[in-house]
Design a protein around this ligand. Structure first.
Ligand code: M6R
Length: 361
């Protein structure tokens, strides 16, 4: 049942705080500042990690890349499954492949798993469905505790994947002993405080999303821009908007704008910018100014401390620690698309042309 919510999607968005805490149960040993992922104990720390997935799960992988690189110092490639399977990908014996799939049944992702296994390279699955094909065939499975996701648009599954990716990165980092103690402490404490923080903020995010939906539902196209960990979030924001509201949307690395796409900007082509209070902020700010100089309207999802004031619509979200800000920003993006689609009267839980699990190529 929808539990009193108008759509499954909305219910699933509001389940995210609980999903976060369910994903953390039994995973953190605070006393030892350690992450428990016994599923990974048998695997040596990979020389290279290849993350393979589709759609939203791919975006989660792009996000996770940042953490594996900066925390665990493991080189990472992130691949779209339908491309990976038809390339002559070079895999070495000390590599590890991580396939990410909410359903555990996505045809292209499953095909990649089989291909990699046939080459004798180990595959770990990050999936939400126990007993799914991907879970059964992988060398090891790590389960996201998101519960059943009914809405075709993936929401809470992505959050659960990002939590587990954070834990995996911390696990490998700690095992190699090459992570700054403060980072480990802040990350573990920050993860544990996310549930109450998000519970508190979700109703406000929804209000703001409703307000913005009224203003922007008439747009025919949208850019979503971000840098660093905000780039995969921008991709996800764009994916959500197009699949739910059928508004053309593109996620872009903010720095790529001037290499072509900025030509599209005019007063009818708005931009949703993700501008966290981090070291990349000055860069994102100047990208926002470039959009404004071409009369493009801008929504900026940002933190109070950035003191960004000159955009058309400011969306200030509470600031948590470092990359964990993504867990506040993601529901904001989900709610924005949800409210636009609902305002336009679209079939939110079952968008046209889409299936929940893509079991054909
Ligand atoms: O079940 P999977 O995670 O393998 O599914 C991958 C994609 O089909 C899925 O994330 C899709 O992009 C969603 N409709 C996004 O909301």
């Amino acid at each position: 049942s929808k539990g009193g919510f108008k759509h499954f999607m909305l219910k699933e968005i509001f389940e995210q705080p609980k999903v976060i805490s369910d994903c953390l149960v039994g995973r953190i040993d605070k006393g030892k500042s350690e992450v428990k992922l016994p599923e990974l104990n048998e695997f040596p720390t990979p020389e290279r990690l290849h993350i393979v997935a589709c759609g939203t799960s791919y975006n989660a992988g792009l996000w996770g890349q940042h953490l594996f690189e900066s925390w665990a110092k493991i080189p990472v490639t992130v691949e779209i499954a339908s491309e990976f399977r038809y390339r002559d990908v070079i895999l070495n014996k000390n590599d590890l492949v991580l396939v990410i799939s909410q359903s555990g049944e996505t045809a292209d992702t499953l095909a990649c798993l089989r291909l990699v296994k046939s080459k004798g390279i180990p595959v770990v699955a990050l999936t939400n469905v126990v007993g799914s094909s991907i879970a059964r065939e992988a060398n090891a499975s790590i389960y996201t505790q998101a519960g059943p996701e009914i809405s075709v648009a993936s929401t809470k599954a992505m959050t659960s994947q990002m939590i587990l990716l954070s834990l995996m990165a911390l696990y490998f980092a700690k095992r190699q002993n090459n992570l700054d103690k403060d980072i480990l402490k802040n990350a573990l404490e920050g993860l544990s405080s996310l549930e109450p923080e998000l519970n508190k903020v979700l109703p406000k995010l929804r209000e703001k999303a409703q307000e913005l939906a009224l203003l922007y539902s008439g747009a025919r196209s949208f850019f979503f821009l971000g840098r660093g960990v905000c780039y995969p979030l921008a991709e996800e924001g764009a994916l959500k908007l197009k699949e739910l509201s059928y508004i053309h949307a593109e996620g872009y690395a903010a720095g790529e704008m001037k290499h072509g796409p900025i030509a599209l900007i005019d007063q009818d082509f708005p931009t949703f910018a993700l501008a966290f209070n981090d070291s990349l902020f000055p860069k994102v700010k100047s990208n926002i100014e470039e959009v404004q100089a071409r009369q493009g309207k801008v929504i900026a999802l940002t933190h109070e401390k950035t003191s960004l004031t000159t955009v058309d619509n400011l969306w200030i979200i509470p600031e948590v620690w470092g990359v964990l800000n993504s867990f506040i920003a993601l529901p904001a993006l989900q709610l924005f698309s949800y409210e636009v689609a609902d305002y336009l009267g679209k079939d939110v839980d079952q968008p046209r042309n889409l299936a929940k699990s893509v079991t054909v190529e």
